[in-house]
Design a protein around this ligand. Structure first.
Ligand SMILES: Cc1cc2nc3c(=O)[nH]c(=O)nc-3n(C[C@H](O)[C@H](O)[C@H](O)COP(=O)(O)OP(=O)(O)OC[C@H]3O[C@@H](n4cnc5c(N)ncnc54)[C@H](O)[C@@H]3O)c2cc1C
Length: 447
């Protein structure tokens, strides 16, 4: 067994920068990964999905040109699109490899597990360290539907390896992964059916956000089977799925995107006295500490909001904590977006979440149809909503559904980080005609 200064398990979005920072300080660092360096975001998540959506949404927007009087046939060369997606993905993975090599980090490419207190082994090698970081992320859940196991279904792990466009695609799961990839495939030319047992897509968001997105999905020709469960799946050359309303769907491909489970089984965390929570995620306190001294966990596997920017920021917070600072796991304004069209972007709290904290809350909503830029460009599905505290007048959160709202949400995020009131937003003069111009108009509804 070899003694080193730091062990990092998982080369995800927080694990790599943490390992690099430590190695640059001259510490001896070992990084374990059982898969491609860079983790889910680079290889199976954000990077390939957004490179894929670049093509799909370009086609979708071009087709919508008809409404503006622009005519022309739009065809997606799916093979070429997916080649580019893989090239972008590989470039980012190579970048991670180079960063890790330049920092002289020792990489063990094997599945790691604990062999004792602060002792980790993999691939026939064993290391002990006073500081260990777990950043092992999550994997797709495959539900127990009779007949599903053994069929050639896809998850996000192999979706980006597709070479030919399936004529018909079934998507199990109406969350953000299923909807982004499902809408993307529809825009590439597949006939897409989305099946979700919840009564609406994106069921964690506000009902009118789901409604606006539903309008966008239907406009792309997607068929939604909400409030429906798959009872049985068969594959005999093609997929056949029986639903609980008695109908049967047929398709050439099936994407499973019903949720994520933490990558903790292989870790044998109990051997190092590391407790898991009820759902199997690594249990951490407000300062990322597990129940074993010297062992910390960040990112998806620690039950943090499952986003790349969260995992990345977690590593910075942990560095601050280890240096004696005061940061905690959730001292931040959280924002995120779904990259469908329209996009659904969120920051801070919804009205209901804010009310649950006992605050006296005010909320205002501006339909996109009332914003000049949106009507000029024919992009008027959606709305902006602002949630504020009646007494302090501070901004508590926002939901923005519409064109490129993932960018716009940062205006509100910046105001929240700065602790400003809605009156600061209201008196800001935004450029005409932009979508952002709608934000002071939104705040003006509070006057
Ligand atoms: C299709 C899709 C699209 C997404 N799009 C976005 C987006 O647009 N924006 C966004 O913010 N987030 C997005 N996400 C979520 C984002 O990818 C994750 O939140 C992020 O990657 C989590 O990073 P992490 O550091 O927690 O772990 P991960 O990036 O998951 O890395 C974990 C690493 O640990 C390794 N590992 C696991 N167990 C072991 C073990 N026992 N031994 C050794 N290695 C192990 C894995 O191989 C992996 O490399 C998307 C996810 C998916 C699936």
């Amino acid at each position: 067994m070899e003694r080193v200064d730091v062990i990092v398990i998982g080369s995800g979005q927080g694990g790599v920068p943490f390992a690099v920072d430590r190695a640059k300080r001259g510490e001896r660092v070992v990084l374990f990964d059982r898969g491609r360096l860079g983790g889910s975001c680079v290889n199976y998540g954000c990077t390939p999905s957004k490179a894929f959506l670049a093509a799909a949404h370009t086609a979708g927007r071009a087709r919508r040109g008809e409404e503006l009087g622009v005519r022309g046939d739009v065809h997606v060369d799916f093979g070429a699109t997916m080649e580019r997606v893989r090239a972008v993905r590989d470039e980012w993975m190579d970048g991670t490899e180079k960063k890790v090599a330049a920092a002289r980090i020792r990489v063990v490419r094997a599945e790691a597990s604990f062999a004792g207190e602060r002792i980790v082994s993999a691939g026939g090698e064993q290391f002990e360290a006073p500081l260990i970081l777990i950043d092992t992320g999550t994997s797709p859940i495959v539900p127990h539907v009779p007949g599903l196991a053994g069929t050639p279904y896809m998850t996000n792990l192999d979706f980006f390896d597709q070479r030919a466009l399936p004529k018909r695609l079934l998507v199990m799961g109406g969350g953000y992964i299923g909807l982004e990839l499902g809408q993307g495939m529809a825009r590439c030319g597949s006939e897409v059916h989305v099946i979700d047992s919840n009564s609406r897509v994106l069921s964690r968001e506000e009902p009118d956000a789901s409604e606006a997105l539903t309008q966008g999905l239907l406009a792309d020709g997607i068929t939604l089977h909400v409030g429906r469960k798959a009872l049985e799946i068969r594959h005999d050359g093609a997929f056949e799925m029986k639903l609980d309303d008695g109908s049967t769907l047929q398709a050439d491909a099936l994407l499973v995107a019903v949720g994520r489970r933490p990558n903790t089984d292989a870790l044998k965390a109990d051997k190092s006295g590391i407790a898991l929570d009820k759902r199997g995620f690594i249990g951490i306190d407000a300062r990322f500490a597990t129940s074993c001294e010297g062992v910390y966990a960040i990112g998806d596997v620690a039950g943090q909001p499952a986003f790349t920017h969260v995992s990345w920021e977690d590593h910075r917070r942990l560095e601050d904590i280890l240096a004696g600072g005061v940061r905690t796991r959730d001292d931040r304004v959280l924002a995120y977006s779904t990259y469908t069209e329209p996009q659904v972007a969120r920051v801070g709290m919804t009205v209901d979440e804010a009310k649950k904290t006992g605050r006296d809350v005010r909320a205002v909503t501006l339909p996109l149809a009332e914003i000049a830029r949106a009507t000029e460009w024919g992009q008027s599905i959606g709305f902006f909503r602002l949630v504020v505290d009646r007494h302090s007048e501070k901004i508590l959160g926002a939901t923005m559904v519409g064109y490129e709202t993932a960018e716009l949400i940062h205006v509100i995020l910046a105001h929240m980080e700065a602790g400003s009131t809605w009156r600061v937003l209201e008196r800001s003069v935004h450029v005409h005609p932009t979508y952002a111009e709608g934000l002071p108009s939104l705040a003006r509804l509070l006057l």
